[in-house]
Design a protein around this ligand. Structure first.
Ligand code: SF4
Ligand code: SF4
Length: 66
C-alpha cells in the first residue's frame, strides 16, 4: 500500500491537501505543532499514492511512498 510522510512541523494548516485527496485520507489533527497550528493527520487506510497532496502542499510537508 502507498503511504505518505507528513512533516508536522512544516505544516501550516492550510488544509489544501485535505481538499484534493480523492481518498479522504487526510483530516485536521488535534495536537498543536511548534507554530501553534493543528497539522494535518494521515489516516493510512486507503492511500493510492496519487501524489496530489504532495503536489499541492505549498510548504513541501508531504512525501509520498509506494
Ligand atoms: S497520495 Fe493521494 S490518496 Fe494518498 S494521501 Fe495523498 S492525495 Fe490522498
Ligand atoms: S497542504 Fe501542506 S501545509 Fe497545507 S495543511 Fe496540507 S500538509 Fe499542511
Amino acid at each position: 500500500m502507498a503511504y505518505i510522510k507528513l512533516d508536522q512541523e512544516k505544516c501550516k494548516g492550510c488544509m489544501l491537501c485535505i481538499e484534493v485527496c480523492p481518498k479522504g485520507q487526510l483530516k485536521p489533527g488535534v495536537a498543536l505543532n511548534k507554530k501553534g497550528i493543528n497539522p494535518v493527520m494521515f489516516l493510512a487506510q486507503d492511500c493510492s499514492g496519487c501524489t496530489f497532496c504532495a503536489i499541492i502542499c505549498p510548504d513541501t510537508a508531504i512525501e509520498v511512498y509506494k
